[in-house]
Design a binder for this molecule. Structure first.
Ligand code: FAD
Length: 435
């Protein structure tokens, strides 16, 4: 894969809004067409706002279970004691102000023939186009003994729910100095491939600064990890006596087979047994439940075209973590970037207008120490009706401190931009540090 410069990446990011401008304000032949978006996360909230901005005459409804969205991006900083979780909270008032109808309810079923969404609250919403952005669901049953109840004791903290992150932090706070924390990442695919290792750095920072006799053991189902050389260098530089990384090998599968939340025991597939003081279990994942109910899943994920149309259900799009096509990245950056393609396609399709080129990108920053971050980015473009990764860039293990400071500043700037696009309300940086 050719390596891409920062400037190239910046130019491509600008293409996100340009495609929409080309398709704005179409004249519709009939009354207001209806677009329903399920899931007000990085993909769904952005799509709803972009459609309404490009075609105000469309009737856009967003169905979201929760009144507040808490970003997972930057949430590892909360575990590290570097940021309050509340600083990542956003309400949906900005979407109301953009004339998107926001419904706080859970979509339960989709009748694809009648083009109707039914909610847990008993309401029905007719659609001309439906966008599903439900994110991921945890496959609890993939590890014996793991369940929603077990996750209170051994949190995954790996969905958009804030509760799990708070629970994990509570366990870290309660742990004695000299204790052992276990972090068990899955094989994948899962949201934001480097995020478990950013989390490792932030937990290690917390331990180093608050409980310096403690250890973090990473027990990984994979044989290698994203940005391995750079993370290994970071672990060595900042957390040499804190972090131990154990990878699976041909002769040893470290994927979790079974847990016992009562005794806090953990068993790997190849027979290792551990009893950590705090366990952060990140199980395998699949598309959010509604995607399966809508008939969009094949296996765990939703196959889509290069414009994120479902390959199995007509008039339905799947965006963000829930969708799958070869090499598609699962990240908030990607979901937010994909929203431009989906919004443009819907607006153009309903107006019978031509559409622009298809390309999007994904960048993940990983905060590895206060004010320092790694960066990995990939661009995707459509060839022969399929999305393919075209260019990539990745932090070098020997990257300078200055470059890592810049990466960190970029991550904060991206977060402010993305929250403004999704909610119309950029968050200012917190004035104080979180404990
Ligand atoms: P989500 O953002 O998860 O949103 C889904 C929304 O749908 C939720 O609000 C949910 O309540 C709602 N919903 C689900 N089902 C229904 C239903 N039936 N009815 C109504 N509402 C429903 N990505 C990055 O780019 N950079 C990072 O630094 C980064 N760090 C991460 C750190 C962690 C710890 C984790 C867990 C993830 C991280 N990610 C990061 C990944 C990122 O959070 C996801 O890729 C992104 O949020 C996916 O967006 P989405 O729109 O698909 O789903």
């Amino acid at each position: 894969m050719p390596v891409m410069s920062r400037r190239d990446f910046g130019r491509l990011a600008g293409g996100f809004g340009a495609a929409l401008l080309a398709a704005r304000a179409p004249a519709f032949a009939r009354g207001a067409a209806k677009v329903v978006v399920v899931g007000g996360g990085a993909g769904g909230a952005t799509t709803a706002r972009l459609i309404k901005r490009a075609a105000p005459q469309l009737d856009v409804t967003l169905i979201e279970s929760n009144p507040i969205y808490t970003f997972s991006s930057l949430s590892n900083l909360y575990l590290g004691g570097l940021r309050p979780l509340e600083s990542l909270n956003h309400a949906y008032a900005g979407l109301h102000r953009s004339n998107v109808t926001v419904v706080q309810d859970t979509a339960r079923d989709v009748d694809a023939a009648a083009r109707v969404v039914r909610t847990a609250g008993g309401r029905t919403y007719r659609y001309d186009r439906l966008v599903l952005g439900p994110g991921v669901n945890i496959k609890y049953q993939s590890i014996q003994g793991y369940s929603r109840a077990a996750a209170e004791v051994m949190p995954h903290a790996y969905t958009s729910e804030a509760h799990g992150k708070r629970m994990l932090k509570r366990h870290l706070r309660a742990m004695r100095d000299g204790g052992t924390v276990l972090l068990a990442p899955p094989k994948g695919p899962y949201g934001c491939p480097p995020a478990p290792y950013e989390r490792a750095c932030m937990i290690a920072h917390y331990l180093k600064t608050r409980k310096p006799r403690s250890k973090l053991i990473i027990l990984d189902a994979k044989k290698s990890i994203p940005e391995q050389a750079a993370f290994a260098a970071v672990f060595d530089r900042y957390y040499r006596n804190v972090v131990e990384l154990h990878l699976s090998r041909d002769v040893e599968d470290l994927a979790l087979l079974r847990v016992n939340p009562r005794t806090r025991e953990i068993f790997t597939r190849s027979g290792r047994r551990l009893r950590p003081d705090v366990a952060n279990i990140i199980p395998p994942q699949r598309a959010g439940v509604i995607a399966g109910r809508a008939g969009c899943t094949v296996g765990d994920w939703c196959p889509v075209t290069e414009r994120f149309r479902s390959k199995t259900v007509k008039h339905v799009y799947v965006i963000g973590d829930a969708c799958q096509a070869p090499e598609l990245a699962k990240s908030a950056y990607a979901a937010h970037s994909q929203a431009g393609i989906v919004a443009e396609d819907i607006v153009a399709d309903l107006a019978g207008k031509p559409r622009g080129e298809v390309h999007y990108e994904s960048i993940c920053w990983s905060v590895v120490a206060p004010g320092r971050a790694l960066r990995i980015g990939t661009t995707f473009a459509a060839y022969d009706g399929r999305m393919k990764a075209t260019q990539g860039s990745m932090s070098d293990p020997t990257e300078s401190d200055e470059a890592r400071r810049q990466n960190y500043a970029e991550a904060l700037a991206w977060y402010a931009r993305m929250s403004a696009d999704m909610f119309g309300t950029p968050k200012s940086e917190p004035a104080h540090k979180a404990g």
